[in-house]
Design a protein around this ligand. Structure first.
Ligand code: ATP
Ligand code: MG
Length: 715
């Protein structure tokens, strides 16, 4: 169990002086490919961090692994449990079996004898303090600058109680029923999530960008009788009519034999009420009308710690989305603890995550983690580059944001944005000028999540956005893990390596195994697995426990299989290399696609790149790269050569792609991840690719990208 501890980073190994700050040899505008320095950047100075030094981290981490029960029981004391049992040293805390097939099969439980309510912990205990009750829970920032709203903890409490009563008394929702939420990032979304939790109903949030078919599939899967929807929402300059899509989904579900009984409709953000034409099918009820007649007081339902809190579908990057189920108590404790330590959140800080509540990041680090810490945050309805690529930085300035959490795809897009027009004082503007014009002095921690972050993008985040004063935390985790698993903590004295997820969070014992499931020691590369359970381990795949056992526990019995590959360096730090399917074997060299992609985006002309393997008679596999160029750059043979040269210099000739296809865009999931499984099929079969062969494409942002890639194949 403790094998990993031997490779833990020790303070002596990470002494500050051992590293050369690498910003000096990089230029943001040089025409030549630059080297993405992967030396650690110097530690940043944070005032009174929770983990003041590496020794404290190591002590806490060791305790979380050697004595998880006492570690988590102590942390659980800061939450409210029904009839708070105090320090019962013999009560079960974290119990688990990772053995599929056999009785008791795969199962995990956390403080299974206790009862709690996550909504009580996220709101009620704060409003008991009259000062805290008036503190801001959400600064709501609309799609259009200037449309704002403020929601205090007290107002949140009121809305949640009323909506919980609507669910219970007007719509007959019972404990354990699933309620589907199909809404944009308006406060009614976290309100609806918390109202479900308050009465023990299970929420299933469906990202508001999904199609009617995808929504219908999720309604059918959960047999939800109630859907909550927003009439419409502006996303950049487009209007998305969510209610029309939901009506369509309800009709599809009805054709398959499932009737939705009620549909609650919230108004389009910025409008005074729902338009009469949107209340059209018999199931429709207006949110405002229902709330106005609801009892303002709704006592919480104390549920078992193991009671399911929500079902949430994975992004579908690697296959059909899985309905991941999380349980109340363990999820509550883990989401809150990771939020506090990874973002070093302190009272009066303003936190800002750009993630949508349709993803796990929005569940754990918008709705639950921050509110469980009594945090104030920005709830942003729009997209990061509307109306200009300065939008995020304007929000940071306006609310004095201390912690910003976003995804590599956003960072790359803003880094590659078209520069603002030249002015007399700035005749040669760059994309960094969108950032520089805003005051970011309030920022302390910059987070990244969702995909491996290329060192180049990491350094832009650190240098340009954070002006080398912020800790950058690249957080690796999954819908299934409920919270961060591998991430640097913003520890003074811990130099962070660009693009590296560094080290395990408390209670996580990562390991690398080879294809036979043998654990690899020391510096190594292999399948990333986790050896133990942590409080928010997924409990099951909704109504399909067999899929849970097969997907995560069958291949390497005794381990949780993440499906990702990773490398551990000589300091014991973890680097994510991509999905296990994305590790290629080219002429006997194991190459992670993430590494080649990072080398490709080092080239000034390249905005984004995705690399896949295609079968090759001699090499086994050959590298096939899809490359999106910076706006305004013309694709030429010369450019192809210079991009290949960039990879040769960075990694070596063996990693130079055999094929580079110019791609106007890459196929991405609605959560912004590249769907490499589609790119693999197109690279292999070209124009002969059969649609049916592409698998589930329902979570693609723009299905038109497939046609575009097929038509530009070979070009
Ligand atoms: P599906 O499981 O349906 O294929 P998905 O894995 O994309 O979808 P999520 O749970 O949203 O669904 O994403 C988790 C995955 O995202 C991780 O397994 C990993 O591949 C990737 N990921 C998340 N954060 C990071 C990170 N910081 N570095 C590298 N990869 C990351
Ligand atoms: Mg996954």
């Amino acid at each position: 169990m403790l094998a990993f501890l031997s490779s833990l980073p020790l303070s002596s190994k990470l002494s500050h002086s051992a590293f050369t700050p690498c910003s000096s040899n990089r230029s943001m505008t040089s025409a030549k490919p630059r080297s993405a320095c992967t030396h650690p950047v110097p530690a940043v100075a944070l005032a009174s961090p929770y983990v003041p030094d590496l020794d404290t981290y190591t002590t806490l981490y060791e305790r979380s692994i050697t004595d998880p029960d006492s570690f988590w029981r102590d942390i659980a004391k800061s939450f409210v449990w029904k009839d708070n049992p105090g320090n019962e040293s013999n009560e079960p805390v974290l119990n688990y079996s990772f053995t599929p097939g056999s009785a008791p099969g795969v199962n995990v439980s956390f403080l299974p004898n206790r009862k709690t309510n996550i909504c009580y912990n996220a709101i009620d205990r704060w409003v008991e303090d009259p000062v805290k009750a008036d503190a801001v829970a959400f600064y709501c920032e609309g799609n259009d600058p200037g449309r704002t709203r403020v929601v205090t903890f007290h107002e949140l409490h009121d809305m949640v109680q009323r909506f919980a009563n609507v669910l219970k008394n007007q719509l007959n929702v019972k404990k354990g029923d699933v309620v589907v939420l199909y809404m944009p990032m308006v406060p009614e979304l976290p309100v609806a999530m918390l109202a479900c939790a308050r009465i023990g109903a299970i929420h299933s949030v469906v990202f508001g960008g999904y199609s009617a078919e995808a929504l219908a599939g999720r309604i059918l899967d959960s047999k939800a009788a109630v859907v909550v929807v927003t009439e419409s929402v502006a996303r950049a300059s487009k209007t998305v009519k969510l209610k029309e899509i939901s009506d369509h989904a309800i009709r599809i579900a009805a054709k398959s034999g499932h009737d939705v009984t009620y549909q609650i409709v919230t108004k389009t953000p910025g409008k005074l009420k729902v338009s009469p034409s949107a209340i059209e099918i018999p199931q429709d009820i207006e949110w405002d009308v229902a709330l106005a007649s609801a009892d303002p007081v709704c006592p919480v339902e104390w549920v078992d710690s193991e009671h399911p809190l929500f079902v949430l579908y994975t992004s579908g990057s690697t296959g059909k989305p899985k309905g991941v189920v999380h349980a109340t108590g363990g999820y509550m404790v883990y989401a809150a603890t990771t939020f506090k330590y990874v973002f070093d959140y302190h009272e009066n800080d303003v936190f800002f995550s750009t993630s949508d509540c349709g993803w796990i990041t929005g569940h754990s680090y918008v709705t639950y983690g921050p509110l469980l810490n009594g945090a104030t945050q920005v709830l942003y309805e729009g997209v990061p580059n509307y109306p200009t690529p300065a939008r995020l930085w304007e929000i940071v300035e306006k609310y004095k944001v201390a912690q910003l959490y976003t995804a590599p795809t956003v960072i790359r897009a803003l880094k590659g944005a078209k520069a603002p027009p030249p002015t007399e004082t700035n005749p040669n503007p760059s994309s960094a000028d969108w950032v520089n014009k805003c005051d970011r002095s309030s920022l302390r921690v910059l987070g990244s999540v969702g995909e491996p972050i290329n060192p180049e993008a990491w350094l832009w985040y650190y240098d340009v956005v954070g002006e080398q004063k912020c800790a950058v935390v690249d957080t690796w985790w999954q819908t299934e893990t409920g919270g961060h698993c591998l991430t640097p903590l913003p520890i003074p004295g811990l130099p962070i390596k660009p693009g590296c997820a560094m080290m395990p969070f408390f209670g996580i014992e990562p390991a690398l195994v080879n294809g036979e499931g043998q654990e690899l020691k020391g510096p190594a590369e292999g399948f990333l697995v986790i050896k133990n359970a942590w409080p928010s381990t997924l409990r099951t795949v909704y109504r399909n426990h067999k899929r849970m056992e097969e997907t995560y526990f069958e291949r390497f019995p005794g381990f949780y299989m993440t499906g990702d590959g990773a490398r551990r360096d000589a300091d014991g730090h973890y680097w994510l290399t991509g999905r296990v399917d994305d590790i290629l074997n080219v002429s006997g060299h194991r190459i992670g696609t993430a590494e080649v992609e990072s080398a490709l985006v080092l080239h000034d002309a390249v905005a984004e790149a995705a690399v896949v393997g295609v079968p090759h008679d001699v090499k086994g596999e050959a590298l096939y790269a899809y490359v999106s160029l910076m706006s305004g750059v013309e694709p030429t043979e010369e450019l192809r050569k210079s991009i290949r040269a960039c990879v040769r210099t960075e990694i070596g000739p063996f990693a130079s792609p055999d094929t580079i296809q110019w791609a106007g865009a890459l196929p991405k999931t609605r959560s912004g991840k590249i769907m490499r499984r589609i790119l693999r099929k197109i690279a292999k079969n070209g124009p002969k690719t059969q649609r049916d062969d592409l698998g589930d494409t329902s979570t693609l942002t723009d299905p038109g990208v497939i046609d575009m890639l097929l038509s530009t194949y070979g070009k």
